[in-house]
Design a protein around this ligand. Sequence first.
Ligand code: FPP
Length: 252
Amino acid sequence: MSFLKNIFKIRNWKKSDIDYNKLPAHIAIIMDGNGRWAKKRALPRSVGHREGAKTLKEITTFCGEIGIKYLTVYAFSTENWKRPKSEVDALMNLLLDYLKNAETHIGGKSVRIQVIGDVSVFDDKIKKEIDRVTKLTSKNTGLILNIALNYGSRAEIVHAAKKIAKEVSEGKLKVDDIDEKVLNDGLYTAMIPDPDLLIRPGGEKRLSNFLLWQSAYTEFWYTDVLWPDFKKEHILDAIFEYQKRNRRFGGI
Ligand code: FPP
């Protein structure tokens, strides 16, 4: 992977420092710090989000290039509606723009885009684009990018619980047959393996209602770097650290 040479130079790493046979299959990212990035430059928060969208495209391409199979990103939470209308509108416009131009940033047609969350609340233009892009990329065989939109983990678990309760009340499922798999199958992430590595830029050290169920055994990696400043080398920093950890999944 000759394109990695420069990053290895920046970090003073040897080729053997990253083991490409032991990459995390699934990386999840809380894309935090856009607002602070803009504030530092006396710019509107929306500019920070725009830069954050550029970072998302670069990191998606890079993850695909190095062989990550799944990337799940927190783009809009169920709590983000509490932000000023102007900021919500700016985020919706960015999302629409991102989806409309998906063809230009799906990594040589290899990236498959999927959405997790309750998208029923979005306006028709966005819903139409989500539909178009998920269908357009559905046969792509490279990285699977899951974009969390109007996503909240607690809401997701409630949604799964209601689905199960309905099946029980209709006699399609017995209470005794409810297990972790049944609950997992009711989540938006049912078809996606649990994340191996969760990255949070922006300095905060919390989950913020992201993938609560799915991250039971996920390795966390934090950095103070703000999302718009997040670069390929930071992904490799996280993978480097991840590969030094001893994952025991409750065993010894
Ligand atoms: C959190 O940073 C970020 C968000 C609420 C939005 C994330 C959106 C993007 C990265 C770009 C748009 C995404 C797509 C798919 C087009 P913050 O605003 O809370 O930052 P702060 O903590 O510094 O205020």
